[in-house]
Design a protein around this ligand. Structure first.
Ligand SMILES: NC(=O)c1ccc[n+]([C@@H]2O[C@H](COP(=O)([O-])OP(=O)(O)OC[C@H]3O[C@@H](n4cnc5c(N)ncnc54)[C@H](OP(=O)(O)O)[C@@H]3O)[C@@H](O)[C@H]2O)c1
Length: 326
């Protein structure tokens, strides 16, 4: 496992990391989480991604309990959470909307700290942009979270380049803690934001990327070529919105062609897809996901595939996927 700086910060993150979306609480209990966290950690993974909204806060509880049981030295692991959707749907109508206002953010961090059982969270993200709150208010709140020792670095997720730059400029002007990283979707079928829209931000701001869904929710393992398999994410309650994309026939035909390239490299399709993301030097860490330890072990093998992605192999992959990528 190699380590990369998180953008311009001095923090070193493992090139592959592990996240808990969909899986923790729904498919993975504390014991299974503990087993997978331990296996990932033993393979050199040092970053574990989470969010307040995952499983309505229960994903943070599962990760917190598993980490506590593992008794890792605090210096050796990095955890994150993200804020936007909020958990308390019982409040007054005016205060239960998706938001990045100061009131919500200052309460949200305390809730996450409590659920995870930690004194501070390493990385905190604004999970989506909030057009209803001035960016300045959000930047001050995120910076204050850091000044108060509740978090160490902050960033955004799925913000436009323009929004990220506006936040960075405000922080620069007021000598506040700047956003360090963005968390965008990035995989063989979803590329434009990382490769085009954010292009200038890497040099101008030193933006780091912690990218999500390297397997496009499992599509890039080939498991959806004959429909939605039982027990897969596409069959999980509440995930129906993914099914159209997962069973897209053009993408699944491309996946069949990609299988040949992976076979020539002597690796699994998933390993090749994860390695392809990691091969982009703008990516600080590829956040992977797994519902089973066998998947995790397979995915961790991607580190050995990165060097096999020569310009010739990249051209073959591009020929198959570029026409379908958004
Ligand atoms: N910031 C955001 O808005 C955002 C959004 C999404 C995700 N994320 C973060 O990014 C992380 C990774 O995203 P993701 O979970 O969507 O990643 P992904 O790699 O695209 O999908 C992971 C899922 O694919 C299936 N899978 C993984 N490895 C496999 C293998 N070797 N063979 C067969 N199936 C395999 C598993 O689902 P099944 O076994 O259930 O089929 C697994 O849960 C999340 O956990 C979360 O931390 C962030």
């Amino acid at each position: 496992m190699q380590y990369r700086r998180l953008g311009r910060s001095g923090l070193q993150v493992s090139e592959l990391s592990l996240g808990s979306w969909v899986t923790y609480h729904n498919q993975v209990d504390v014991a299974a989480a503990r087993e997978m966290l331990a296996a990932a950690f033993d393979a050199g993974v040092n970053f574990f991604d989470n969010a307040e909204a995952y499983a309505g806060g229960k994903s943070e509880v599962v990760m917190g309990e598993a980490i506590k049981a593992l008794k890792w030295p605090r210096l050796n692991f990095i955890v994150s959470t993200k804020f936007f959707w909020g958990l308390d749907r019982e409040g007054q109508a005016a205060n239960r909307k998706d938001t990045l206002n100061r009131k919500y953010l200052m309460q949200a961090i305390d809730g996450s700290l409590q659920r995870m059982g930690l004194d501070f969270i390493d990385l905190v993200y604004c999970h989506r942009p909030d057009p209803q709150t001035p960016v300045e208010e959000t930047v001050w709140a995120m910076s204050d979270m850091i000044s108060r020792g509740k978090a160490l670095y902050w960033g955004t997720s799925e913000w436009s380049a323009e929004e990220i730059r506006a936040a960075w400029d405000i922080a620069e002007r007021h000598h506040l803690h700047k956003p360090v990283m963005e968390q965008p979707q990035y995989n063989l079928f979803y590329r434009k934001r990382v490769e085009q829209e954010y292009k200038r931000l890497y040099e101008d701001m030193g933006l780091g990327l912690t990218t999500w869904s390297p397997l496009a929710s499992g599509l890039l393992t080939g498991k959806y070529r004959n429909g939605v398999p039982e027990g897969s994410r596409g069959a999980v309650e509440g995930m129906g919105f993914l099914v159209k994309g997962l069973t897209d026939s053009a993408k699944n035909s491309a996946v069949t062609q990609l299988q040949t390239v992976a076979s020539d490299l002597g690796c699994s399709l998933g390993q090749m897809a994860i390695a392809w993301v990691a091969r982009n030097p703008r990516v600080s860490t590829v956040i992977t996901g797994a519902s089973k330890i066998s998947q995790l072990q397979d995915n961790l093998g991607a580190v050995d595939v990165i060097a096999k992605l020569t310009p010739e192999v990249m051209a073959r992959i591009d020929q198959i996927t570029a026409p379908l990528a958004s």
